[in-house]
Design a protein. Structure first.
Length: 276
């Protein structure tokens, strides 16, 4: 998929996604190393995938409170205003009946080996961090909720849809004092980087803004950006050794061509000449 422009990387459709849980105040993950379509891809970074969630009932956020009220004096209108406390809630519709889901939805429940079942505790809750990863092709973004108090409802049954467990949570301020939510902006991910890239050829070597250019080299997996000088170019990774890109709006003259991945940056030995 082409990284067609910075603007294209700022819009996203929630075509696929995964939900993970971790310890309260867990660090934001490295989404540049994300493996698309694999719900276990972040478990090596300390996150536990909760299993499949509903495609019919996506994750839902709801805010309560936060309204402003005013008081008048005999002499003046709106002499004082107050704002009610705002609470943000999240609901996850899990269609997985896995051990992890049960332990999150019904903390304190006991596994009974003789029946291969659980004695469910319906009144418990647990504090966790939640990570929501959203995919659209090679575009990935995320939301890290640093502390959420979680509890679950009994499963809802449907003759035509998967059985769902509603896991409900209240987003809280974490012990670190950091913001409750950390947003990971959409980015185009092209695989994991093994080493810093090298750029061996640039073809053509001259052209106007908008000219199509082919770069060859090594270690193009995990490429994050292609630069002409300091300007970011739209690009498509064709393989680990070939990238096609478009000369971005940049001043006429010689511009260094640089490819950047998670392991470093590599510059072409010859500069590209931008013509007027």
């Amino acid at each position: 998929m082409a990284n067609t422009s910075n603007a294209d990387n700022e819009i996203q459709i929630a075509g696929m996604g995964h939900v993970y849980v971790g310890d309260v105040d867990a660090a934001a993950p490295d989404l540049w190393a994300y493996t698309f379509g694999d719900g276990t891809t972040l478990e090596s970074q300390g996150w536990t995938w909760v299993g499949d969630t509903s495609s019919e009932n996506l994750i839902e956020f709801e805010t309560d409170g936060g309204d402003t009220s005013t008081k008048d004096t005999w002499d003046r209108k709106n002499a004082r205003s107050t704002r009610a406390t705002k609470t943000t809630n999240v609901t996850i519709s899990s269609v997985s009946m896995s051990d992890d889901t049960i332990n999150i939805a019904f903390p304190g429940s006991t596994y009974v080996e003789s029946t291969d079942g659980y004695d469910l505790v319906l009144s418990g809750s647990i504090d966790k961090a939640i990570l929501i990863v959203i995919e659209e092709g090679q575009l990935v973004s995320g939301m890290l909720l640093r502390k959420v108090n979680l509890s679950g409802d009994m499963p809802t049954l449907d003759k035509e849809n998967f059985t769902e467990i509603k896991i409900k949570g209240v987003i809280l301020t974490p012990p670190s004092g950091k913001a409750p939510v950390h947003y990971l902006k959409p980015r185009t991910v092209t695989g994991a980087s093994a080493a810093a890239p090298t750029v061996t050829t640039v073809a053509p070597k001259t052209g106007k803004v908008g000219t199509a250019v082919t770069l060859t080299g090594t270690n193009f997996d995990g490429v994050r950006k292609v630069l002409f000088g300091t300007a970011r170019a739209a690009f498509t990774k064709k393989s680990a050794t070939v990238i096609t890109c478009t000369v971005p709006p940049v001043a006429a003259g010689q511009q260094e061509v640089v490819v950047v991945n998670g392991k470093g940056r590599g510059a072409a030995t010859e500069k590209f000449t931008v013509t007027a």
